[in-house]
Design a protein around this ligand. Structure first.
Ligand code: ATP
Ligand code: MG
Length: 326
């Protein structure tokens, strides 16, 4: 089995609102997979459908090589966006309770709970009721609860929202360790680009209920494509500089700024020596150059900042689709 999760054209409608539409995704066994997208994109809805808390209105879902159902969902551990822990139970009681739902009981449960508490830095809170924990501690307890039965697929909906930077990095380490040791597949949602970049083998950008791009962080960044170079020259006659650079093959755009020009084009960094040489020939000497590469943030903005025209088109397709349903 290559993929532990295969979603094919999932659709979900709440009342008149189409929340997922033609949502397709494949997640490879053993990978750490990130779902990124703006508020309301449909990430949590997808997670609820995979968890079995919601039924899709359309499409198919398979988990661990079979149609998603009770059996495959027992091998799933989910920490939802809103912590699903019991405030009146202690940390230990929460953990043993969640373990018992999956048949992990007695000594095994207690041992596993103690080990998770210490892995997540909650050993001192073992007998504290969850209601008295800080927000970040609740988040960690919620993660521990999802891991009690050694799930083969772990789904964490915004696991590090509200955590302080140091705790967040510790959480990454824990999550990596769990994945490595249990050979589980991890699916997480996040709004932190640096988190996605640090943790995820692959990322899917979700926008208005659909996967709009999928790939490794590097692939995605390459897709936005352009590296940007900033050049300052002496004497720095902007018009002249722009004309010269524009005439070079493969240059997409040159714009004037206060301190020189910005050059856009594919693999611009590698071409800087060549550009400098040509400028020199025309009497402009490069005195400073910097290159900035596209970040995941750029990809996010590009992939989710759809032009209004495209949104309107997507909306009309959705309306038609809904029409067919009723
Ligand atoms: N039970 C529900 N009834 C009606 N609408 C719902 C329900 N659950 C979710 N929605 C709507 O579905 C859309 C997608 O919500 P969802 O929670 O999946 O987004 P998300 O991508 O997880 O966003 P966030 O990043 O804010 O967590 C939103 O417009 C939301 O209002
Ligand atoms: Mg959400």
């Amino acid at each position: 089995m290559e993929y532990v999760l295969e979603a094919e054209s999932l659709g979900k409608v709440y009342g008149k609102k189409v929340v997922l539409f033609d949502f397709s995704l494949k997640i490879r066994k053993g990978s750490i997979f990130g779902l990124l997208g703006p508020n309301g994109a449909g990430k949590s809805t997808f997670i609820r459908i995979v968890s079995g808390l919601e039924e899709p209105d359309d499409g198919t879902l398979s988990l661990l090589g079979e149609k998603a159902g009770k059996k495959s969902r027992r091998k799933l551990g989910v920490a939802p966006q809103e912590n699903a822990i019991y405030n009146l139970l202690t940390c230990m009681e929460n953990l043993t309770y969640f373990g018992s739902l999956y048949g992990v009981t007695g000594k095994t449960a207690k041992g596993r709970a103690a080990s998770l508490l210490s892995q997540l830095g909650l050993q001192d809170k073992k007998d504290t009721v969850a209601g008295y924990l800080s927000g970040g501690m609740k988040r960690r307890l919620s993660l521990a609860c999802a891991l009690m039965h050694n799930p083969e697929i772990i789904m964490l909906d915004e696991p590090t929202t509200g955590l302080d930077p140091a705790t967040r990095i510790k959480m990454w380490e824990t999550v990596r360790k769990v994945v490595r040791e249990t050979k589980a597949t991890l699916i997480l949602t996040t709004h932190y680009m640096e988190e996605a970049e640090a943790l995820c083998d692959r990322i899917a950008f979700v926008n208005t209920g659909k996967v709009v791009a999928e790939g490794t962080p590097n692939e995605l960044k390459k897709r936005v494509g352009k590296e940007i170079a900033k050049l300052s020259t002496v004497p720095g006659q902007a018009e002249n500089v722009i004309r010269i650079i524009k005439a070079i093959r493969g240059i997409d755009n040159v714009t004037e700024t206060e301190h020189g020009v910005i050059v856009e084009g594919k693999s611009i960094a590698a071409r800087l020596p060549e550009i400098a040489k040509i400028l020199e020939k025309h009497g402009e000497t490069v005195v400073e150059m910097t290159v900035s590469r596209p970040s995941l943030e750029d990809v996010f903005l590009k992939m989710t900042g759809l032009k209004l025209r495209e949104v309107a088109k997507a909306e009309s397709v959705k309306r038609n689709w809904k029409g067919e349903q009723s």
